[in-house]
Ligand binder design. Structure first.
Ligand code: ADP
Ligand code: MG
Length: 617
């Protein structure tokens, strides 16, 4: 037998490694933008075509590269940012692994143009399949332009895995926003298929937030700022009245790196506690700076998750800083200052961390206020943290989950053999004597026993079928608004809403794009209460976003499900006899009446003969 082990050729090894770094166009966008930031640029332009599938180009006016560096940059593990392992713990740049460009060159066709101030001419390089196919001197402005064409042209399996242009564009905008948000002193623009989507002039952090998230926040931002020896926090939270039904506008940055943290999100939510409605989300853009040795940014390859050396301190710090900011704002509602841009370059991160510093940090007054009982900002970490998940701290919590849970415990605790129903044409229940229990369930007698109907699930099914008919050509009537309201959305939400407009029209929502991410609400279905139009649309978007990572469903299907979920009568609402009757009649007229579109039962059947048996009869 011959030996069978072979070394993979470089380009294949690179392609495999690239899978971890470049999963979709947005990952390449993130890496290229970060490189431009690291290169000291103060002007960065992102150009994409076809949601990045055809072209992703980043042009910066940073320091550029020498001819040799330009070639080296595409080698795996080629980086100018760390030299030894200790450097990893002092990282202040966005990149450090030296993998991004190598990965990009493995899965796309790359054209690089770069020039340093000190060089006469620039250099132009073309790379395909990790091989340099062309190199020549070129006239170029100082800085770097990297264009990546035809992402995954050589990995069709991955190319097929990409989502719709709208979905990929949304991911790109998310990444763009995250970088642009943390560097307000850099000019950024984003052009998609020749249309400028963002044009962000340099300015203060507050101006940047408003440029990105919309004018509705203009006079509604509360500055957050606390400093200790251990860490600093700065940024803004939205005043409570700006809290939205959609979760979108929430950003955490640690040492200028965007991170996702359900844990820290919970700290902020806790600080807002009683000030906002339970199902709404406050806006926040918060920057935490601490000694890089206190965080491990290596936990996740795309660096969105991090581990803190001491996460309880960070939690308490975030919560107390936000509480403090909100408290100040409530006594001086007009308090409104510009955050000094120099805070951007805070150097708290540069100093080496020592044992001495740690003890002085824990001795500092802020640390004490949140670790000693009977202080205003005291946080009982253990008990509070245990429940943070149930308080909305998790990522994917969806309405209906709670209901499913309620139902679950009922079923478990009940030894009766209950059956989920199949279509029930043969034994249509009488809807005369109806009983509502817990403002949630409706008991309906049949000739064989009774049904326990869940009012919300039932209504979801009814609405879903009604909406499905509407988009297929039996439009729902629109009630014209006498005074059309306008609503301004975050850019990413506006893109999303634009996609949904035609279907929404059939569903009775008449919305008109008005430029600048603004929409005019011309009319809504008759059953949306006047004054609630905006909320209804926001809630629909939020719901839609929960579904939006779901590959199985079409846009339309997701929209139908979102609307049905969001508009259904909720559990806990008392219904009149007439309403119950109408609900049940509508339910039993559905083509599928026993489950919701998401597969939850709309009712359970209790059979009389089985009940008899249980009573020993
Ligand atoms: P990393 O950013 O982790 O160092 P990359 O693969 O992203 O790894 O980049 C490799 C190197 O190429 C960087 O360390 C940097 O020296 C150089 N480089 C990349 N992009 C640029 C740019 N836009 N301007 C100047 N130099 C760059
Ligand atoms: Mg990089």
């Amino acid at each position: 037998m011959p030996d069978i082990i072979q070394l993979l050729p470089d380009n294949i090894a690179n392609q495999i490694a690239a899978g971890e770094v470049i999963q979709r166009p947005a990952s390449a966008v993130k890496e290229l933008l970060e490189n431009a930031v690291d290169a000291g640029a103060d002007e960065i332009k992102l150009i994409i075509n076809d949601a990045g599938k055809a072209l992703i180009q980043v042009i910066d006016n940073g320091r550029g590269m020498s001819e040799t560096d330009a070639r080296m940059a595409f080698e795996r593990h080629a980086t100018s940012k760390i030299k030894n392992i200790e450097d990893l713990f002092r990282i202040k740049t966005m990149g450090f692994r030296g993998e991004a460009l190598a990965s990009i060159a493995a899965v796309g066709q790359v054209e690089l143009k770069t020039k340093r101030t000190e060089d006469e001419t620039g250099v132009y390089i073309e790379i395909e399949n990790s091989q340099v196919v062309k190199q020549e001197p070129v006239a170029a402005p100082v800085g770097t332009s990297i264009a990546m064409k035809n992402l995954f042209f050589n990995v069709p399996a991955r190319r097929n895995f990409l989502k719709s242009n709208a979905a990929e564009l949304r991911h790109i905008m998310d990444e763009f926003i995250r970088v642009a948000m943390s560097f307000p002193d850099i000019f950024f623009s984003l052009t998609s298929n020749g249309q400028q989507v963002f044009h962000l002039e340099k300015g203060t952090m507050k101006q940047r937030i408003v440029q990105i998230l919309g004018n509705s926040y203009a006079a509604k931002l509360v500055p957050v700022q606390e400093q200790t020896d251990y860490m600093n926090i700065y940024g803004f939270v939205g005043k409570p009245e700006t809290a939205k039904k959609t979760r979108g506008d929430q950003y955490f940055f640690v040492n200028n790196r965007f991170i996702k943290s359900a844990y820290l999100n919970h700290a902020v939510m806790n600080a807002f506690n009683e000030m906002i409605a339970k199902d709404s989300f406050p806006m926040y853009t918060l920057f935490i700076d601490l000694d890089p040795s206190q965080v491990d940014i290596n936990v996740h390859p795309t660096k969105q998750e991090i581990k803190f050396e001491d996460e309880k301190i960070v939690y308490a710090f975030v919560q107390s800083a936000v509480k403090h900011a909100l408290a100040q704002f409530s006594i001086t509602p007009t308090l409104d200052f510009e955050l000094d841009p120099s805070i951007q370059s805070l150097d708290a991160v540069a100093k080496p961390f020592t044992e001495e510093k740690r003890s002085s940090a824990s001795a500092s007054s802020l640390y004490k206020t949140f670790t000693q009982k009977h202080q205003s900002h005291f946080i009982e970490s253990k008990s509070e943290l245990k429940h943070w998940k149930s308080l909305g701290g998790t990522e994917g919590d969806e309405p209906g989950k709670k209901l499913a849970g309620d139902r679950g415990s009922l079923v478990e605790g009940e030894s009766a053999k209950m059956q989920q129903l199949h279509p029930i044409n043969d034994q249509r229940p009488t809807t005369d004597n109806l009983l509502q229990l817990h403002n949630t369930f409706i008991v309906v007698q049949t000739n064989k026993g009774y049904y326990l109907v869940h009012q919300q699930n039932a209504h979801e099914r009814i609405l879903y079928e009604r909406f499905a008919l509407a988009v297929e050509g039996r439009p729902i009537a629109t009630q014209q608004s006498l005074f059309p309201a306008t609503m301004e959305l975050a850019a990413a939400d506006a893109v999303l809403l634009n996609e949904l407009l035609p279907d929404l029209h059939h569903l009775g929502y008449m919305l008109e794009p008005f430029g600048n991410n603004t929409f005019v609400i011309q009319g809504t279905p008759a059953d949306v209460d006047h004054g609630n139009e905006k909320t209804a649309i926001e809630k629909m978007l939020e719901q839609y976003k929960h579904f939006s990572s779901d590959l199985k469903f079409s846009k339309r299907e997701k929209l139908l499900r979102s609307l049905a979920l969001q508009q259904s009568i909720k559990a806990g609402i008392s219904l009149t006899d007439k309403e119950m009757k109408a609900l049940l009649e509508d339910l039993f007229n559905c083509s599928t009446s026993n489950i919701t579109a998401n597969g939850k039962p709309t009712y359970l059947e209790f059979k009389k003969d089985e009940l008899d048996k249980m009573f020993g009869r």
